[in-house]
Every structure is written in structure tokens, then in C-alpha cells.
Design a protein around this ligand. Sequence first.
Ligand code: HSE
Length: 310
Amino acid sequence: MTDEWIRIAAPATTSNIGAGFDVFGLALKEPYDIIEGRKIDSGVVISEVSGPGSESIPTDPEKNSVGIAAAEVLRRCEADFGIELRIKKGIRPCSGIGSSGASAAGGAYVAHILCGERLTPTEVVLCAAHAEDVTSGGFHADNVAPCVLGGFTIIRSYEPFEVITIQPPESLGIVIAMPDVLVPTKEARSILPKEVKVKDMVFHIGNASTMVYGMMTGDLGLIGRSVKDAFSEPARSVLVPYIKEAESIAMSKGAIASFLGGSGPCIISFFDKSSHEGEHIAESIVKMYAEHDMKCDTWITEPGSGCRRI
Ligand code: HSE
């Protein structure tokens, strides 16, 4: 049995966003992976992987985020068929903008369509999060949730799992700067502190709460002031050369916040689209890295939708 190919765009996402470690996530309009799937008689087969960094991506479906997530959907739906998958990476692995999350979400989403869309959106997120657990060293859904659902997402609880979505403000602009260094999520998670101080917990609750209020009311000033992190970025900034320079350059060029994207190395800068265009931020960060003989790719983007059929 073979069937027609289904094609999915699975977007990059930025997670943590200051105080929301493993809780906050935001879908980005660009870049995105393209995941294609079609029914076959049985099993999960990955027949093609292309795009930036694809040489490092395993084609063994039991080790590949797309394959693991698709298999989990087939299992939950008790499907009596298999699936063949093709992966076109638009998001380089080890980037900090949800590369494995996009693959996992795209794999789950394409299998969900092939199974007749019998799962709830939350179940699709959980199938993708299962793949994140296997490949990135921890069960976290803060990339796969916005990748499936779109917008700004909050994981209220992991057990039982509950996620809510908020439409982010239209004027929120985003610059992604990706210096030419690889940061595997497993490694970035292994260097995190095992305990937090009460003072830091209070700081995070205050900033996370006001971030949500800022997203709901469209208050970009409050969003900018609420991007604060006393936990993950301080521990991980050693993994990203010149991150502090990049962030202060972004702020000097009009960003309202500049911070480590997920587990890094991407540096995310928020700006107000109604008064800025983002080019100055992107160009200045690229120039700074070039002065240190480092390549840095950039995207100027905005919040986007979740996985969609194309
Ligand atoms: N919240 C996760 C982390 C995201 O920071 O480890 C990984 O991309």
C-alpha cells in the first residue's frame, strides 16, 4: 500500500523566554521544517533527510524525532498501516529554536492527518513531546506545544498535562541570530543548577506572571521588562561565545529584550514592529561576530501559527 504524500510546515519556536523555563514557548513564522509523510503497509521508514545539518540526523526511525513522534501517533491510534517520511530541515539542529521540536511536531502532525485526525491537539503535542524526551534528555514540551498549536503557549502542568495558548501582540517583531556553534540540548540541560534559591524563584514568578499579562494585553514594554532569567541563561551563557556582546548590541539598536533562545546558541531579540524594522539589530550582531571571525545567520520574523498543511 502507498498513498499520496501529505506535506507539513513545522515552524521554529523559541522557548523559556526569560523566566518560563520548560513552560513558555512561542511559534515563529520562519524558519520551518517541511515534513512529508505517506501511508505504507507497515513500520516507520525515513527515506530522505535533507537541508542544513541533515548529515548529523539519524535515519533510524527509532532514533529520529520525526520517526519516534509518528510511531507514537500510530500506536495511540492503533493504526493498521505504516508511514514513510521525508524530512527537509529548514532549522539546523542544535540551534536553540526548536529544531528537534519542529521535527517531532511535524512527524506527529503528519501521522495525525494520515490517521484521520482522531487525536486532540494536546495528544498531538504529547506524542511530539515523547520524541523530545527520547532525543534531547528530558521530557519538555515548551517547543513542541507552540509548534503544534501556534502562538504563545504556557505549560500549566506536566502531570496532568495542560497547555494554554495566547495570541501574542501583532506588533511583536523578532530577530533570531544564530552564531556558528552547536549546542546540543542534552549538554545544555546537563549543566543546569539542580536547585534554585527562594529569591530566584520569587524573581521568576514575578517576571513570568507579568510576561503573561504583557502577552494578553499587548504591552510590549512589560514583555520586554519581563524577559528575565536567573536560572538557565546564567548557567548556559558559557556555551555561546559573545552572547553578552550580542545582547547589548541588540538593546542599543532598539530591541526591547535580547536573550538566550531555549538551550542556545540562538540569541533572540524582541522589537516593536510599529517603530523598528529589526535590520539594524540583525546586521549589528552579524558584524560583531564577523569581527570575531564567526559566522552568524539571522532571520527577522514574527510570531506565527503552528504546524500547517502546505
Ligand atoms: N526548555 C528547554 C531547555 C528547551 O531550555 O532545555 C530546549 O530547547
